[in-house]
Design a protein around this ligand. Structure first.
Ligand SMILES: Nc1nc2c(ncn2[C@@H]2O[C@H](COP(=O)(O)OP(=O)(O)OP(=O)(O)O)[C@@H](O)[C@H]2O)c(=O)[nH]1
Ligand SMILES: [Mg+2]
Length: 460
């Protein structure tokens, strides 16, 4: 395997701040040489004699002075994360020690790594494909068990394998079409028409189901956004707290208690659900409160589901929104709250509300909160379909690349019915191979790759 980089990089792989252990990672041709400047193993003459992928106990020496007692591992190319020579040093946590060791590596000749540069090297050195590189970052941010399992499947290369299989099918079709170009008198393409057509239909079906899987894959990665809205004092913050089972949002009997949006995650059947509490919507001359209400409007525009909370004691069925079409464009669940105060109810809900699904609860005594979770989940599964840990597309980039491949396959499907001109089919097939390659990063342009890796942490 030919490696692509001639410089050696260093980065802190662990989070900053005081902690038990920090890890400094050095990767590149000179990794061992640079680490040899400041790491002295206790049971070996030097770092070059250390066994591959074994932890070695030793000392960090700065200008003849011992500054830390550490464990170091040497991972020689190509059997390391980046496929380059790697040294990882586990030192005592804390920013001073970690920063000092980082500076020792830089003084020895290493360059400070950019965000995601270790993973970028693993990708460019051919150890992983782009979907696996993306999975390494997603794994860190996984918010639920289902999300984790989907991402681990991707990290193991399941999506990569699926795309390779589809590419092989397309290569098989290409070989028949190219044979038709080479031996025009044989009519190879025409005699294999049914087989070619079946293969194209198969690739099309597989791509369609991958694209369908993106609804679930993207949702488990990014979460489902539920926004609580309503007039002041209807119990929005109380409902947020009841769903979270923690007193996260301040609740008082004073209308206008919540001034800013508050976002927290909860887990509903494996889906990370982001719950946003908002300021009560009404007309006000208070500039601060108005700013909070503007943020409520903004939160509504980003919602996957709006929980419109109505106080059953004092029901109001009008929300003072700047644009009422919002409630037509998004799924809305009307939550009648304070059912525990039934004896004080003044009037029944109007007849025109039933176009929205409704639920009646009490945030105070938590009755029907489980039912509320279940109803939220019904909205989610309406969007994601079946919850499964099978191979899924987990981000928008992969989805767009798969959609472009599907478009091209559909075009091919049509054109093969109309014409069997081998040259034209061969051009379409080459384009499909390139588009499939884009899903796994084979043909992704450099600026797009840079954008992807910029979102990673430093040291990853
Ligand atoms: N009896 C009863 N009281 C409730 C219930 N839910 C909320 N409350 C009370 O209603 C008042 C307002 O509750 P909040 O949760 O702060 O209401 P809010 O909609 O967040 O209000 P703002 O932040 O002002 O917009 C508090 O006194 C709560 O204790 C309920 O189910 N039953
Ligand atoms: Mg509130």
């Amino acid at each position: 395997m030919s490696l692509q980089f001639d410089d050696t990089i260093v980065g802190i792989a662990t989070a900053p701040g005081e902690c038990g252990v920090s890890i400094i990672r050095i990767s590149g041709e000179q990794a061992l040489k640079y680490a040899d400047h400041f790491f002295k193993p206790k049971f070996s003459t030097n770092i070059f004699n250390l066994k591959n992928r074994h932890l070695a106990y030793g000392w960090i020496i700065d200008n003849g002075k011992t500054i830390d007692e550490v464990l170091a591992a040497v991972m020689r190319r190509p059997h390391s994360f980046t496929a380059e020579d790697v040294v990882e040093i586990q030192c005592h946590g804390g920013s001073y020690i970690t920063q000092t060791i980082l500076n020792l590596a830089i003084n020895a000749g290493a360059r400070l790594a950019n965000p995601g540069e270790f993973t970028q090297r693993a990708f460019l050195n051919g150890r992983i494909d782009l979907t696996q590189a993306e999975a390494t970052n997603d794994l860190i941010q996984a918010k639920s068990e289902l999300g984790l399992n989907l991402i681990v499947n991707q990290l193991k290369g399941n999506l990569h394998q699926k795309i390779l299989d589809l590419k092989n099918e397309v290569i098989w079709i290409s070989s028949l079409v190219n044979a038709g170009i080479d031996f025009p008198e044989e009519d190879i393409v025409f005699s294999n028409y049914d087989q070619i057509s079946d293969k194209i239909a198969y690739v099309k079906k597989e791509l369609e189901s991958l694209i369908e899987s993106s609804n679930l894959g993207i949702m488990v990665r990014e979460g489902y956004k539920v926004v609580l809205v309503g007039e002041p004092n209807v119990g929005k913050s109380s409902i947020l707290n009841a769903l979270l089972n923690v007193n996260r949002s301040i609740v008082t009997q004073i209308p206008g208690t919540t001034r800013d949006t508050i976002e927290e995650y909860c887990n509903i059947n494996g889906i990370p659900v982001s719950l946003t509490d908002t300021a009560g919507i009404h007309r006000t001359s208070d500039a601060v409160e108005q700013e909070g209400i503007n943020r409520s409007f903004e939160a509504i525009t980003k919602a996957d589901l709006i929980l419109w909370v109505i106080d059953m004691v004092n029901p109001s069925y009008q929300l003072d929104l700047p644009d009422h079409s919002i409630l037509k464009d998004k799924p809305v669940l009307v939550v009648f709250n304070k059912i525990d105060l039934q004896s004080q109810f003044k009037k029944d809900p109007p007849q025109d509300l039933p176009s929205f699904k409704q639920i009646t609860i009490s945030a105070k005594d938590k009755s029907q909160i489980q039912e509320l979770r279940k109803t939220i989940f019904e909205f989610i599964s309406g969007k994601t379909g079946k919850l499964t840990e099978e191979t899924a597309i987990t981000n928008l980039r992969q989805k767009i690349a798969a959609e472009k491949s599907l478009e091209q396959i559909e075009r091919l499907h049509h054109s093969i019915k109309d014409t069997l001109e081998e040259e034209l089919l061969a051009i379409d097939l080459t384009e499909i191979l390139s588009l499939l390659g884009d899903i796994v990063g084979e043909t992704t342009p450099d600026d797009m790759l840079n954008q992807i890796f910029e979102n990673f942490c430093i040291g990853k």
